[in-house]
Ligand binder design. Structure first.
Ligand code: 5CA
Ligand code: ZN
Length: 409
């Protein structure tokens, strides 16, 4: 699949900082030292509805990761998937009487447009589950040959007991895992499984559903976790720097994915850090396609909201916090954007040297975007109240806000 066009990232004076970030698996902050090419995999959308503010908030967090790394003069190898065949997509297509593949293509295209408008830097590889199938089948066969997968009525399951490190991403107990598994696409109550938590690797073809050649597995379609693992291992290999997504992916998705990869390769861990963004709510409940309590990025854009204001509304919340979208959140962002634009539109202003350092410091400290915004606010207030004589300052502020926060002033 093709991704979307990259907005330009202006170069900044001075030195970028190494990223310290909260790792779900160890439960604490770690300083990543990625080498010249940082490697990150971020779980992409299941394209059966438009991009909502919750998705945008999660992709905003990982866009900041990419920008912090670029600022340290590293290259970034960023891979993202599209879950373009899965139960919820097929169910929505069926409900609406549309072709599942056309629905996936249409919503993926809208996602690209939303990401472009929000100045999210694109992944280097943007890979659909369907196009990954030829790489998925041999991995499932290998798991079976290793004794880590078994067949149940034509379907193939992963045996969680095959991974001695199983549980080390989420650290949940078996009861909590079972509940979340039932809620998030698993089938813990299916009779005949070795362990109720075992996830599907390959699902046998069913009447009325799309299916592909699965070699010795028979016709069918891939499970969800092996999709991301196949794509990540193919493009990034083991031991990549960050596995990212929203906190609703900690279990089972990232736990199972790590186990698949660790059993396949015999190496541990799959990723150096497992990074999770908080959930955005609307009217007190997590924004979710299945519940339908959604604010779409494309709808806001159509209503004439400046994408830079949407981005500032996202940045006003720490990525790990759960937060609530309200009209006031957007209104505050519109006001802030107006102040910042007025402040950089003057030919001179207060020195911006410490400001660039402050933004860098804030982001390197577990992506503290709200602290970065406060630092820019301080400069804008100083500009408004005292002004300054530094001829380069407004230009530096615009470039820093663009390069590090993805906001075009
Ligand atoms: N295709 C899978 C990942 S492989 C998937 O979870 N797709 S999704 O469309 O449901 O979600 C895409 C991303 O947005 C995931 O990282 C998910 O954790 C995140 N996300 C979903 N809802 C919210 C929300 N309300 N707030 C914040 N992030 C969210
Ligand atoms: Zn994923």
């Amino acid at each position: 699949m093709h991704a979307w066009p990259a907005s330009e990232v202006p170069a900044l004076p001075g030195q970028g900082r190494d990223l310290r970030i909260h790792d779900t698996a160890t439960g604490g902050p770690i300083t990543l030292d990625p080498g010249p090419v940082a490697r990150i995999y971020v779980c992409g959308i299941t394209p059966y509805d438009a991009t909502h503010i919750g998705h945008a908030a999660t992709y905003n967090a990982f866009d900041l990761v990419q920008r912090v790394w670029l600022d340290t003069k590293r290259q970034v190898h960023y891979v993202q998937n599209v879950t373009d065949v899965d139960d919820p997509l097929l169910e929505r297509a069926e409900r609406d009487g549309v072709d599942w593949a056309a629905l996936a293509e249409q919503e993926t295209q809208l996602f690209r447009e939303d990401m472009t408008a929000l100045r999210m830097l694109p992944p280097r590889q943007y890979i659909g589950a369907v196009e990954a199938i030829p790489g998925i089948v041999p991995l499932v066969e290998r798991l079976r040959d290793l004794g880590a997968a078994y067949e149940l009525e034509g379907d193939t399951y992963f045996s969680v007991e095959a991974d001695p490190h199983f549980g080390q991403v989420s650290h949940l107990d078996a009861a909590a895992m079972r509940l979340l598994s039932a809620e998030r696409g698993g089938d813990p109550d299916r009779p005949g499984k070795k362990n109720p938590l075992d996830p599907m690797l390959w699902s046998a073809a069913r009447e009325g559903e799309p299916s592909w050649d699965g070699g010795s597995l028979g016709r069918g379609r891939p499970g969800w976790h092996i999709e991301c693992v196949a794509i990540a291992l193919d493009h990034l290999g083991m031991g990549f720097d960050i596995q990212g997504g929203g906190s609703d992916l900690v279990f089972p998705h990232h736990e199972m994915g790590a186990s698949h990869a660790q059993v396949l390769t015999g190496e541990f861990p799959m990723a150096k850090a497992y990074v999770h963004a908080g959930m955005v709510a609307l009217h007190g409940e997590k924004m979710s396609k299945s519940k339908g309590n959604l604010v779409f990025v494309s709808r806001l854009r159509r209503d004439g909201v400046d994408p830079a204001a949407i981005r500032l509304a996202l940045l006003a919340h720490h990525y790990r916090a759960d937060w609530e979208w309200t009209d006031q959140v957007l209104q505050d962002a519109v006001t802030r954007l107006g102040h910042w634009r007025a402040a950089v539109s003057r030919p001179d202003g207060p020195s911006a040297e410490t400001l660039v350092d402050e933004i860098r410091e804030a982001l390197a400290n577990d992506l503290d975007a709200p602290a970065a915004l406060t630092a820019v606010d301080r400069w804008a207030v100083a500009q408004e109240q005292q002004g300054g004589t530094d001829m380069g300052a407004p230009g530096i502020v615009s470039r820093a806000v663009d390069a590090l926060l993805g906001v075009a002033l």
